[in-house]
Every structure is written in C-alpha cells, then in structure tokens.
Design a protein around this ligand. Structure first.
Ligand SMILES: [Zn+2]
Ligand SMILES: [Zn+2]
Length: 138
C-alpha cells in the first residue's frame, strides 16, 4: 500500500493518504479560483477512509456545493494553505496536489471549464468538461 505524505507551507499541518487517488482534476470553478488566487485547483480525489491528518488541527470553512451538500475546506490557521476539500456528496477529499511532498500525479480531466476566466490555461491532452463529466453527479 503506497502512502502519500503532504503538509502546509509552514509545516504545522501534516497529512497522508493511502493508495492512488480515484481521480485527479483541474477544477476551474469560481470557488477554486478565489481559493487559489489562480485559474484552477489541482485536486486529487481520495476516498474519505484513505485520508488522515497526522499533525496539527486545520481550520475549516463550509460551503454548500452544486449538489446541495456540504463541501468542507480544511486549511492551516497559520499559513492559510488549503490542504483539502471534503466533498460530502461524493464521500471523498479533494486533496491539494501542490501540498504533497512528492507529487507524481498529473491531471486526468478539466472540470467546470465553463466558469474559467478568459486567460485560463488548459492542458491540451486531457478531456475538458463544462461542469462535471456525465454520471459524476455534482
Ligand atoms: Zn501552515
Ligand atoms: Zn472547484
């Protein structure tokens, strides 16, 4: 079983998840833009049971997602790095790929492309969806 380790910028918060993510996405929704100060969030979707915080206690911020269910963001109260978003509708964490110590994952799809700013950059070799791919809920 492979263990992937990550932390926030200042090191107060550490986490790990087991096994490879079930999906890896560039998300261009407006929430991810304000969260990252960028055109997108690079999220690794990890089933809730595979993810654990191992050091520190992150702060949380909740919003209601498109599904009507909660999305809980967990971030460091010291350096404000957002480590993951708990997507309760799908029972997974969208873990920030950039907070991994050694990220070997690459995006498999671009989602919420219709919300992207005009200057957004899309990888040319992965499928692009206006919102979510068919059958993936919302
Ligand atoms: Zn921190
Ligand atoms: Zn998003």
């Amino acid at each position: 079983m492979e263990k992937h380790i990550g932390n926030c910028s200042c090191g107060d918060i550490e986490f790990y998840f087991n096994n490879d993510p079930i999906n890896s996405i560039f998300c261009y929704c407006t929430e991810c833009q304000s969260l990252t100060g960028s055109d997108k969030w690079f999220g690794l979707w990890v089933p809730r049971d595979n993810f654990k915080f191992t050091k520190g206690t992150p702060l949380s911020y909740m919003r209601v997602g498109d599904s009507g269910k909660k999305v809980n963001y967990h971030f460091c109260g010291t350096c404000s790095t957002v480590l993951c978003a708990e997507v309760t509708a799908g029972n997974f964490y969208s873990v920030s790929a950039t907070s991994l110590k050694d990220n070997k994952f690459t995006p498999k799809m671009s989602i919420y492309a219709s919300s992207a700013p005009s200057w957004a950059i899309f990888p040319s070799d992965v499928p692009k969806f206006d919102a979510l791919p068919p059958g993936m809920g919302g």
